[in-house]
Design a protein around this ligand. Structure first.
Ligand code: SF4
Length: 212
């Protein structure tokens, strides 16, 4: 293995709006990056912008300047939403995944979630944003949205379970809130949805969220 010099530095990872930003905003973000002499920048797998190698003391000032150009953290909401371009920007798209992502980003529960909840939304069945390995996964088909819950793509991967299919925009938001409410009430502290679903099971979850 190649020997590399390990340098202890700090990074800022602003959450972009599902990876989407206006070219004008990109220029402003770039000006801020240059102003602070950020040594290295990276678009992460989660469609976030990593500013690497920062001096710890500069981070608060930098974060303050970036406010307004990056997604503010929603209290008691999901960690991040990853969305594909969907019907507006992709020739294969059959539903507006970006618009649905904005609604999911705004979900706010009564209390903070027990662990990170990552969301992947795809505008067609090709599932480019890997919804089966996200805590909440959504993909579109001609008959509506499908909701997947309890996936994880980390060191202990798990394919999520399909909770329901053929959902409208409104009904999938309602169903996501219900799934998160059950997870919040029944999961062990700090347990990700994948570990929760291994223990709890899809039938038990469906019983609670699909029955009126
Ligand atoms: S999931 Fe479908 S709509 Fe989204 S980027 Fe991939 S091919 Fe396009």
């Amino acid at each position: 293995m190649e020997n590399t010099t390990i340098k202890k530095t700090f990074s800022v990872v602003p959450s972009l709006n599902m990876g989407l930003f206006a070219p004008r905003d990109f220029q402003i973000i770039l000006n801020i990056i240059n102003k602070y002499n950020v040594p290295k920048t990276k678009i992460t797998g989660a469609q976030r912008l990593a500013l690497l190698g920062m001096d710890k003391d500069e981070i608060p000032k930098l974060q303050k300047e970036l406010q307004g150009y990056v997604r503010p953290q929603v209290q008691n909401g999901v960690h991040y939403v990853q969305s594909c371009p969907g019907i507006k920007w992709c020739k294969y798209g059959i539903a507006d995944s970006m618009a649905l992502g904005e609604k999911i980003e705004k979900i706010s529960l009564d209390e903070p979630l027990k662990a990170k909840v990552k969301v992947g939304i795809a505008g067609c069945r090709m599932c480019c944003t890997e919804p089966y390995v996200r805590d909440i996964g959504v993909f579109a088909s001609k008959s509506g949205w499908s909701l997947i819950f309890g996936g994880n793509g980390g060191g202990n991967p798990r394919l999520g379970n399909i909770v329901a299919k053929n959902l409208s925009d409104d009904s999938i938001i309602t169903l996501i809130k219900k799934c998160l409410t059950v997870y919040q009430a029944k999961a062990h502290p700090a347990s990700r949805t994948a570990r929760f679903m291994e223990r709890f099971g899809i039938e038990a979850l469906q019983q609670l969220v699909l029955n009126p």
